[in-house]
Ligand binder design. Sequence first.
Ligand code: HSE
Length: 291
Amino acid sequence: MISVRAPATSANLGSGFDVFGVALDRPGDVVRVEKADETTIEVTGMGSEYIPEEPAKNTAGVVANALDAPAHIHIDKGIRPSSGLGSSAASAAGAAVALAELYDRDLSGEDLVRVAAEGEAAVSGEAHADNVAPAILGGFTVVRDDGITQVDASLPLVACLPETVVSTRDARGVVPDSASMDHVVETVGSAATLAVGMERDDPVLVGRGFRESVVTPARAELIDGYAAACEAAEGAGATGVTVSGAGPGVVATCYPGRRRDVASALVDAFEDAGVEARAFCTEVGDGAEFV
Ligand code: HSE
């Protein structure tokens, strides 16, 4: 039996829509695989009741099929589905890494990302590798059609999950079709600042690089309490706050030693807006690993 822990991830980071992602040190999913004649899937843990166990409808099952690696797959969910923290990507990434090892497939990190993205596509309809790339490779990743760039980074983060339901379909539906040149210039400046900040482990540069005025404001409208939560987090020591993935989760980067204050400020602000929330103090972490 092979066991792999695959981390939660936060995609976009404001200025890197469909491009940037980071692996989070916690939470994560654990995927266990054993060879079998045909693939079966069992899901336990956080939100498991919402996840189909039929292989064709489960990201890990689609990965097993793509690798021609039938297995009994057990997924222990530590990441709540539909949270904006790459829950389905973690299961796909964990399955890709575990099944490649189980069947002794010689695949590079980028090959594994491609296979895991197929799993994501089968379930969510579109193949975004911006969650599966950091879930497999770890650190900060930049996904483009012509390849993936990865750097290890060390950065204090807080992920906060309001108990609001936002479907990825709705969150993609509100993304404007076009952007003004002023907004393009702002986004390029932010994205460049963020990438340099990741390389330097500088939370001030990364927080500044979250700034983006096209996708994020449209999605923020879907998250009750978002504006108040950002303001409260910034007052408590966050250097930047933005929507995590398609939401409703939010991610904040902060000054060292301020994560607990930021986590409390986010939870309190959402609760003041009538939305229950929980927060994780975390940091940029490693990709999928054998456990
Ligand atoms: N980049 C994707 C989005 C991540 O923001 O819609 C979620 O699949």
